[in-house]
Each structure stands twice: as C-alpha cells, then as structure tokens.
Design a protein around this ligand. Structure first.
Ligand code: CTP
Length: 409
C-alpha cells in the first residue's frame, strides 16, 4: 500500500508516456497522492489534461510560471514528495540529470530533490546502448538514482528491438513499493498530536474560542505519518482536511480533548500543539440565554484541565517524549523555559505571537512560523519557515531523540 505517500511523477517525451497515464492510475489505486510534472516534449505524446484528470491535481509544466511560482515553486514541488519517478526517462532527461542541468521545470525539480529518485528509461535500443547513455546511466547509479527497466522486446518503431522498452506500470509500482518499504524513521511508533482551538460552550449557541487554525498541529500529524508513524490527531474545530493516513478524533471542548487524548494512549510521542482554552464558562446554560431588558448576563469562568501537564506528569504510561507549545508575546525563551519545567514536558516549541514577530498573516492562522526549540540542554532559534517545514524538522528531531533514548536503554 502506498497510502500517505506523495509521489511526484515526471513524464518525459516519448511514446511510452501513454503508459505513464496508467501508472498514475495504479499509484492512485494504492492510495498514493500523485503530482505530475511534464516536459514540453512529453506534451507531444499525452496532454496535461489527461494526466491531471487521472491525478486529480493540476499538472506542472513551466519553470517560470508566474502563478505557479507564487504558490508552489520547483523547490516545494520536489520537497513535498516522498519519492520522484521519471517515466519515461528519455536519453535527454538522463543526460541532463547526469550533468546537473536545470533549464526546465522537470530537470530543476530533479536537481532540487533530496528524496529517492526512480527512473524508468524508455528509448530506442541504439540510444540506450550508446556510449554517452551508458556513461550517464552509470553516473546516475553512482549518484544513488534507482532504475527500473528498460525491458527488451518489440519497440513502438517497427522493426526495432532490443533493450529500451519502458517497464510496465505494475513493475514500476512494485519498484516504488520496494523503495519505500524500507519505512520511515518513525515506523512502528505511535504519535499523538493535539491541534486547533477548543470551543467552550456558554449556552447551546455560543462559545469561547481563539484564533488557532490548526495548521501547525495538522502539519505535524502529516509529517509524522510520512515518517512512517501511526498517528492519532485529536483536533478541535478546524477548517482543514484530515491529513492522509492519520486517524482524526474530532473534539470540541478542552475536557473532550483530555478524554480523547487519554483514550488514545499509549503513545511513544505526544505533541500538544492545540491552543486549548484556559477557561470555560463555570456553568453551561441549558437554554439559549436571552437579552433581559439591558441586564448583562454574568459570565463566570472556571479553569480547564491542563492536558499537557496532566499527561506529562503521569507516572504510568507517560509517552517517552512529551512536547508542548508556548505562545508568547515577550521574553519568549525565558517564559518558555519556565513553562517547560512547570508543565513537566521534555521539549517546548515556543513562538512569538506578538505583532512584532513580522510573520505575514501572523503566527496564528498564517502559513509561516519562527520557533525556538527549548530542551533540557538549552534553546535553539530556528529560522522562519513554512509550518510544513517546521513540522518536518521537528519530526526529524523526534526520530533522532527516540533512537538515542533507545540506544541508551
Ligand atoms: N495546553 C494544554 N491544556 C491546556 C492549556 C494548554 O494541553 N488547558 C498545552 C498547549 O497545547 C500547549 C501548552 O500547553 O502545548 C501551552 O501552554 P499554556 O499554559 O496555554 O501557555 P500559553 O497559552 O502559551 O501561555 P500562558 O502561560 O500565558 O497561558
């Protein structure tokens, strides 16, 4: 199964491109999210419309596409994939890759990638046998690029045969599965994440809430799933889709959230990214409160349970790594260090939510974040990055820390 896997398929210009349409279908059937980049030569053989209809996503073709560069450039395209496939990989694309050329979107995405790359070459047998292609294939293999095919057999051109036929879609799928089966750094772990705001009812139609969008928590859940973990995401009310491969437990109030968190334990790691309301109405009115001739209704508050502190202070069944978030407007590191000790958690991810943070759209609700990671060893300032990048970096740190803890014990 390829559920939760994000695959970027680069379609090169060759008659075998028609098989790549079937490949998209096969990958989707197995649950993968597939994004397609097409070279301009590829578009002589199949259309972006066909590829987009099968992948259920837009197809990317231009390096300097004003619109696409704004919302998703070539760097993001390659970063947001777990694996890249080039099918058909033409002699020309292989030559570009072997030499690090990046003069179109396909080659730029491949050059920018840090993820595994699988090539399914397809070309005329004489081109495949040519000394230049041999050199390029050897160089690519030495660079860690993987190959599936080409197969021998009749070619599309009449009368030609020999090695050069693109591997069949199901062979490519099997190669993808084998490459990804090695698993991520969190394979076999259970990661629990809280996300979003909580809603604290005042009466049947009114509630207390906050501006949390859930973007950072959801990005963490998605990144943990991509790293191979089983993920439970306990989420307050948000307008975000469930990340693929993640079990979502929707909740409303802080008390619901605590109950859902306790029900989801045991976990290896718990990340508390939710902006839990500190207070709730002391009593919830059973009927809608009515305006009463100008008299203001009294609104008495009481404190909510602290979910992070409750779990971090457990003596039995405490996750090995408990991570909290801290939203501060001043003395960010100092307050967060004190909070780490007070709440009993291992790490705190602190962010500056003041207007001075300079983050477009603000930290709450925006797409960027600039955090400090507070651990017992000290604090690290991380550069401003997208919430997805912050999530990936934190998940990588978590995987490393779990590995260290295991080798100590
Ligand atoms: N948290 C929680 N349950 C609560 C309140 C907070 O689990 N009832 C968690 C949040 O998910 C977050 C951390 O605790 O991980 C934030 O701590 P909090 O005490 O809410 O601090 P801030 O809101 O950042 O700031 P302040 O100390 O000013 O309240």
């Amino acid at each position: 199964m390829l559920a939760t896997k994000r695959i970027l398929l680069v379609i090169g210009g060759g008659i075998a491109a028609y098989k790549s349409l079937d490949l998209i279908r096969r990958l989707k059937e197995r649950g993968a999210a597939v994004r397609v980049v097409m070279t301009s030569a590829a578009q002589h053989f199949v259309t972006p419309l066909a590829a987009g209809a099968l992948s259920h996503d837009r197809v990317f073709t231009e390096l300097f596409d004003r619109e696409a560069e704004q919302d998703i450039g070539h760097i993001r395209l390659s970063r947001e994939a777990d694996l890249l496939i080039v099918a058909p990989a033409t002699a020309d694309l292989m030559a570009k890759m072997a030499h690090g050329l990046a003069d179109d979107l396909a080659s730029a995405v491949l050059l920018a990638s840090t993820r595994p790359i699988l090539l399914a070459p397809a070309m005329n047998p004489a081109m495949w046998a040519n000394a230049a292609t041999r050199r390029n294939a050897a160089q690519l293999a030495a660079d860690g690029v993987r190959f599936v095919g080409p197969n021998a057999g009749a070619m599309a051109e009449r009368g030609e045969d020999g090695a050069g036929r693109m591997a069949e879609p199901l062979e490519i799928v099997a190669a993808v599965e084998a490459l990804l089966a090695a698993g991520g750094p969190l394979t076999g772990r259970h990661v629990l994440v809280t996300s979003g705001p909580t809603h604290e009812p005042i009466d049947p139609v009114r509630y207390i809430a906050n501006r949390s969008s859930g973007k950072q928590g959801h990005a963490l859940a998605a990144a943990a799933a991509r790293a191979g973990a089983r993920v439970t995401l306990v989420s307050g009310p948000v307008n975000l889709p469930a990340p693929s491969g993640v079990t979502v437990r929707p909740v409303e109030s802080a008390r619901d959230m605590l109950a859902a968190v306790e029900a989801a334990l045991p976990a290896d790691v718990a990340i508390f990214a939710a902006a839990v309301a500190d207070w709730r109405a002391a009593s919830e009115a059973p009927e809608k409160m009515k305006k009463d001739g100008g008299a203001l209704p009294p609104l008495a508050l009481t404190e909510n349970p602290d979910i992070l502190a409750t779990i971090a202070h457990r003596t039995e069944g405490r996750p090995r790594l408990v991570i909290g978030f801290a939203a501060e407007t001043q003395n960010v590191v100092g307050y967060a260090q004190a909070k780490r000790v007070r709440k009993g958690c291992d790490w705190i991810v602190a962010n500056d939510v003041s207007a001075q943070s300079g983050i477009p759209g603000g930290v709450m609700g925006g797409d960027a974040n600039e955090v400090h990671l507070i651990t017992p060893e000290g604090s690290e300032a991380w550069p401003r990055a997208s919430k997805t990048e912050v999530a990936e970096r934190l998940i990588a740190r978590i995987a490393a820390a779990l590995g260290e803890k295991e080798s100590e014990s």
